[in-house]
Design a protein around this ligand. Structure first.
Ligand SMILES: Cc1ncc(COP(=O)(O)O)c(C=O)c1O
Length: 442
């Protein structure tokens, strides 16, 4: 039975649910301190520790708060709503060492895209059978590495990859990644990967000729999928390829339903509950219980677990119309350009690569830590928000409205855990934002 209720799953008493989890979270030995305080308190303490009259260089750098408790809540929600489907966390989404360690402790599997990701997971003592090398186009030396490490499960979607695998790892357990309809997703991975159904028969016949071990089918409906029915449609396509495989003499045992699950904080539109209500029953109807079903969620686990805080390092006052731009306006309703110390080349690369529109909120103004209710009472001014580099593409928001802020004030952005830190560069010499951890699951 798959619960269809549109309600968030309340975390049960965690004691007894998992042997490695006590009231303070998973018992992970860590060199990094993990607080147990609410996110806003951890942020407040961090800001209180920064004194503008005597700070060291870098002290007021932007920073993340990573809430490991939120990841655990997401895990429990997954187990409750999709109990048959085993999550293999997509490391690429956020390879933060504490996140990966926590999920390893919780017993998830891992979807790795490269040797480095496989290595990171194996170094935590995770059994190679809990890894799927889910990149259909792999570097040859990485296939050899997988063979040495006994990471057997890997995806393919083209004939050339089969020849490579035959030469380097003939005992691999292969999963055929098929193309699905990803037209309702932010990131349409089908442009690059996935065998169209018209080609799967040919690929499976070739695998048979090469005496390769194809164990099942995978798909990815696209990252940031906003149409829950895409999952149901993809399961139907996977069933067709299972049937095709059976006709060719394969005995498929694995269905991999990929990623594309929404993060926790979606208020309307698609929700995990909606996806689970379609995906769970579709899998049960079309695949008997002896078929193992795994998924590769990335965003789902981490998006809502990370909040980023950035400091206003510069402000430029501009006029309201074009003629006043580039000059001090003297206008009594000025508009502002705020420059903050993380940007498009850093954590906010998600604006370009992940098609996100992060929403800035006021964190601290005139040295006063502000609750949302307080700053929403203030008069708003039109403004734009820019990153710290010398490139004009480095813009976080072309037009928004915020209370009047000044250099030294702080902004924050919620839901910044997915596809942010992992693709951040240090362009112009700006360091990546550090992560401070808390665990709000108490
Ligand atoms: C093969 C594969 N699996 C899983 C994921 C994770 O997707 P998501 O973060 O949307 O769950 C991705 C993302 O690009 C991917 O390429």
């Amino acid at each position: 039975m798959h619960p269809v209720a549109e309600t968030a799953v309340m975390p049960p008493d965690v004691k007894g649910r998992h042997p490695d989890f006590d009231s303070t979270g998973p018992s992970m030995e860590s060199s990094l301190p993990i607080s147990n305080k609410p996110v806003h308190e951890v942020i407040r303490e961090k800001l209180d520790s920064i004194h503008d009259d005597r700070w060291e260089a870098d002290e007021e750098n932007s920073f993340f708060i990573g809430d490991l408790g939120e990841i655990y809540r997401q895990h429990l929600r997954w187990q409750s709503l999709l109990p048959r489907i085993e999550p293999f966390y997509a490391v690429k989404c956020n390879p933060d060492p504490m996140v990966v360690k926590m999920l390893a402790t919780l017993g998830t599997g891992f979807d790795c895209a490269s040797k480095t990701e496989i290595e990171q997971v194996l170094n935590l003592g995770v059994d190679p059978s809990r890894i799927i090398y889910a990149n259909p186009c792999k570097q040859r030396s990485f296939i050899r590495y997988s063979q040495k490490q006994n990471v057997k499960k890997m995806t393919f979607d083209n004939a050339e990859e089969l020849y490579k695998i035959k030469a380097l790892f003939p005992d691999a357990e292969l999963v055929l990644r098929i193309l699905t309809d990803d037209s309702n997703s932010l990131c349409q991975l089908g442009l690059k990967f996935g065998a169209p159904l018209a080609t799967t028969g040919r690929l499976l016949r070739l695998a048979r000729e090469l005496d390769l071990n194809v164990i099942g089918v995978s798909f990815h409906v696209g990252s940031g999928c906003f149409d829950a029915s895409a999952f149901g449609d993809a399961v139907c396509r996977a069933r067709k390829v299972f049937d095709e495989g059976e006709e060719l003499g394969f005995n498929f045992t694995l269905l991999d339903v990929g990623g594309g699950f929404p993060g926790a904080d979606v208020q309307d539109g698609i929700t995990f509950e909606k996806v689970a209500a379609i995906l769970g029953p579709a899998v049960d109807q079309m695949f008997p219980s002896n078929i193992r079903v795994i998924a590769e969620p990335g965003r789902y686990y981490v998006a809502s677990a990370f909040t980023i805080c950035a400091h206003i390092i510069a402000r430029r006052t501009v006029g309201r119309d074009a003629s006043e731009l580039h000059g001090e306006s003297g206008d009594e309703h000025p508009e502002y350009m705020y420059y903050v110390n993380d940007g498009m080349y850093g954590s906010f690369n998600c604006i370009i690569f992940d098609h996100q529109e992060p929403v800035a909120q006021v964190l601290q103004k005139d040295n006063v830590f502000m609750a949302e209710a307080e700053w929403s009472m203030e008069q708003d001014y039109k403004c734009s928000i820019w990153g710290p580099t010398c490139d004009s593409i480095d813009c976080l928001s072309k037009q928004t409205s915020l209370p009047q802020l000044d250099v030294g004030d702080w902004l924050y952005w919620k839901n910044m855990g997915a596809y942010t830190i992992c693709a951040a560069s240090q362009f112009n010499g700006f360091k990546k934002s550090e992560v401070h951890y808390t665990n709000t699951f108490i």
